[in-house]
Design a protein around this ligand. Sequence first.
Ligand code: NI
Length: 179
Amino acid sequence: MSILKVAKLGNPILLKKATEVEDFSSDSLKKTIYDMSETMLDYGGIGLAAPQVHISKRIIIIRNPEVDEDSNVEITPVINPKFTPLTDETEDSWEGCLSIPGMQGLVKRFKNIKYDGYDLEGKKIQNEVSGLYARVIQHEIDHLEGILYTARLAHKDAFGFEKEILDFWKKNIVSKVNE
Ligand code: NI
């Protein structure tokens, strides 16, 4: 396994629509997913999309945010993923991205979704998730469409360096955003 180089904001690969995976039998698909997992853990992320490591294919991985102990990491790869909102309910919350290091933005996402796709063996997978898990899936699927969270800010000013966001926004999100 190897740690891959992560493409940063400004790199055109992040704005490109990724293509579907068709060959599930190739060793390179497995290697890509193992390398993506190692890369995500090394960078401390909870999700990663293949275009972020310069592979323009529809592959995402998600680390289960509900299992947060380092000894018990649960990573789910989803190939050719799609999601559908289960309700109209949305939620604004702060997001970061390994391709936009050190920064955060407030983003509106669907709260409850179902997603489907394929696992490493090409078996269909389907799941219903909510909250942070649902947010990560939506963020990663956006990467496959060439969309970064900065294009989805809940408020045009709700974006900045982590420390400033912590000092000036997180203490009183609602009043600031409604201004
Ligand atoms: Ni991202």
